[in-house]
Design a protein around this ligand. Structure first.
Ligand code: HEM
Length: 538
């Protein structure tokens, strides 16, 4: 404590910038942020102090919060050089994902991104639709069996669908990243899945005030100490290491197998990241170009798992909840799906369906986009200014002493970009910005936003996937995956909330947005559905 007090963070922000008064030095305003719903404290403070304000974290740490589109765009563009991950946080990340893309900065980051590009280019991602759809069909098959054996006499079956969406996302990541079928939808447990499940902590909702303070104190541990902590035989750390040992061994064997096939002049047809990256690497080597070392390929597979598992699970679950509580939207979507894919009686989707078919469904796109706008699985991003800078604003803000058209920040300043705030900005999304209304995406205006109102988001003018050099590399993957999952489920099932009084709450304790029952914050994500086979909708 003495050290923290002596280190005492000095203010680096314009003194007249407004914001809430902290309740105490130890906790600051942090409990209001962590213990309210995702984005709720931000919405309240934004209404009171404007799109740019400051609040206090624990131990007097000052955070600059940006809801202003151009300011967010400026910070996102400066990632890898001017706005970086906090150094201690980055060291913790190294422990979980290794030195993969999320961890990397500057030239190393640009190199990794370039070498990973064959796995994320549009044609390759488009080719994954049948894999996602075949996985979703396996879920549909399981649900049909449960309706048969566990359903009531009206053909309805109550299910906690969040857990199934976890299994579905896991299964599709197993197939598309490693080319491995886990069989988790059928109740099996694959060793790779066991290893990787250990990497992802269960949702950490509504922590105690002590945990809030301890969590913040961790960010005050100097990065070099965090680095050395990794060498200690602490139980939590050994768990990560064991998970990485098993995962690495498995990936090494797969990579060696692919290389042996390539040596015998095979052209590998498998559609998964390992195959694509090993094949691209071998081709580069033949052309005397740089290729990605095996360890880096492995670290990035782990990175994709950490970045792409819970996010896609949450997005799919939010979409199902919105469709369950909006029967008209569900009906409209089902008609579109059956029109393009045929009904369950006409076409079984065991071989999946194609991206071309997905692209013929504008209402599906609208539902997925609106889910990503209203319930972005990552509600904000935390950055640290590497040097002094002037951040431009779309709209001037009122301070205690006047107006500012830009904000001066000093090196070391912590900055929060509110992705949720940008996605709900009324000047862009209209007075009903807080409502779930997929129809807004069917109007041409949704695609045309004036430059001074753009937040620099990489997808659909949304901040959901970030922007700039560190924008989500998996955004096309995620949008297609969620679209296919929703299409396969809604084509075959009518869904409703299993309890009509169930109210959606959005846990946002840290950067993730997780669907839960309002007021019941413990125990991870929730998506309680009543499911029955779809009757004709045409
Ligand atoms: C709905 C699902 C997803 C959401 C909402 C999401 C969101 C994000 C966000 C907000 C960032 C930070 C962007 C920034 O700093 O500008 C990010 C980064 C990243 N995401 Fe995603 N993501 C999703 C799915 C995925 C998937 C499926 C993968 C991989 C298969 C993935 C891989 C990554 C990686 C590797 C990064 C780091 C990129 C870099 O540092 O260059 N994400 N994601």
């Amino acid at each position: 404590w003495i050290w923290l007090r002596l280190k005492g963070p000095r203010s680096r922000l314009p003194p007249d910038l407004r914001g809430p008064t902290p309740a105490s030095w130890i906790l600051g305003n942090q409990p209001e942020v962590v213990l309210s719903e995702a984005g709720e404290a931000n919405r309240r403070w934004k209404a009171q102090y404007g799109a740019v304000y400051k609040y206090y974290g624990c131990f007097g740490d000052e955070y600059l919060v940006l809801n202003d589109a151009n300011a967010v765009q400026h910070v996102l563009k400066g990632q890898t050089t001017s706005y970086l991950l906090d150094k201690s946080l980055r060291e913790f990340l190294r422990l979980v994902t290794g030195e993969g893309l999320i961890w990397a900065d500057e030239a190393d980051h640009a190199r990794q991104r370039r070498l990973l590009s064959p796995a994320f280019n549009t044609p390759f991602i488009k080719s994954l639709a049948p894999t996602f759809a075949a996985c979703a069909f396996r879920l549909v098959t399981q649900w049909n069996q449960r309706i048969e054996t566990e359903g009531d006499d009206k053909g309805g079956w109550d299910v906690e669908a969040y857990h199934w969406m976890e299994l579905l996302t896991m299964e599709s990541l197993g197939l598309t990243a490693f080319g491995v079928k886990f069989g988790s939808l059928e109740g099996n447990q694959h060793p790779l899945q066991t290893a990787y499940t250990g990497l992802i902590g269960s949702a950490y909702s509504h922590p105690s005030k002590l945990s809030i303070a301890l969590g913040a104190a961790v960010l005050h541990i100097p990065a070099f100490i965090v680095h050395h902590l990794q060498k200690l035989p602490l139980p939590g750390i050994s768990k990560f290491k064991e998970a990485q040992r098993v995962g690495r061994k498995f990936a090494d064997e797969l990579m060696a197998k692919k290389r042996r096939l390539l040596e015998t002049n095979h052209v590998l047809q498998d559609r998964d990241f390992i195959t694509v990256l090993v094949q691209a690497g071998e081709k580069n080597q033949k052309g005397k170009l740089e290729s990605m070392p095996d360890e880096e390929i492995y670290n990035n597979l782990t990175t994709f798992w950490v970045a792409g598992f819970e996010t896609a699970t949450n997005a799919s679950s939010f979409a199902l909840i919105e469709l369950a509580r909006n029967p008209d939207m569900q009906q409209r979507l089902a008609s579109e799906l059956i029109g393009i894919l045929g009904g369950a009686a006409d076409r079984d989707l065991s071989d999946g369906f194609s991206t071309d078919e997905v692209e013929q469904m504008p209402y599906l796109e609208a539902v997925v986009n609106e889910t990503l706008r209203c319930h972005g699985p990552i509600h904000s991003g935390l950055f640290r200014a590497a040097g002094d800078d002037l951040i431009p604003l779309s709209n001037p803000i009122t301070t205690r002493d006047g107006k500012l058209n830009s904000i001066r920040v000093q090196a070391g300043q912590s900055i929060i970009c509110s992705f949720d705030g940008c996605n709900r900005w009324e000047e862009v999304w209209g007075p009903d910005a807080d409502q779930f209304r997929p129809e807004r995406w069917l109007r041409a205006e949704a695609k045309e936003i004036e430059p001074d109102k753009q937040c620099g988001g990489v997808y659909a003018n949304l901040a959901t996937f970030g922007g700039g050099p560190k924008a989500c590399i998996g955004y096309r993957f995620a949008v297609l995956e969620v679209s296919v999952f929703i299409a396969a489920i809604i084509r075959d099932f009518e869904i409703a909330l299993s309890r009509p009084d169930w109210e959606l709450g959005r846990d946002g304790s840290y950067i993730g947005t997780i669907p839960m029952e309002r007021g019941r914050w413990q125990g991870g994500g929730r998506c309680p559905l009543r499911v029955r086979r779809r009757r004709s909708v045409m």
